[in-house]
Write a protein that binds this ligand. Structure first.
Ligand code: ZN
Length: 73
């Protein structure tokens, strides 16, 4: 059972396998049926379907690590 990975456009993700250019960090540029990623190092753009993406992602680095979802308190 695989848990869906929650990502948003602008998030940075680290994949398990480095890109041939040596980069492991990617920026999410599109979220839909497929996940669009741009390699931070060489700028190469790829599309992965969600199943592949979930398998390949190691961790998600959100621009804001603690999203304020509490509203007012
Ligand atoms: Zn690359």
């Amino acid at each position: 059972m695989s848990r869906p990975v929650h990502v948003a456009v602008g998030d940075r993700v680290e994949l398990r396998k480095p890109h041939p250019c040596g980069g492991t960090m990617w920026v999410v540029v599109r979220v839909g049926a497929d996940i669009g990623l741009v390699c931070e190092r060489c700028g190469r753009r790829v599309l992965l379907d969600r199943v592949k993406f979930n398998r390949r992602v190691r961790r998600v680095v959100s621009p804001r690590p603690t999203p304020d979802r509490s509203g007012k308190r």
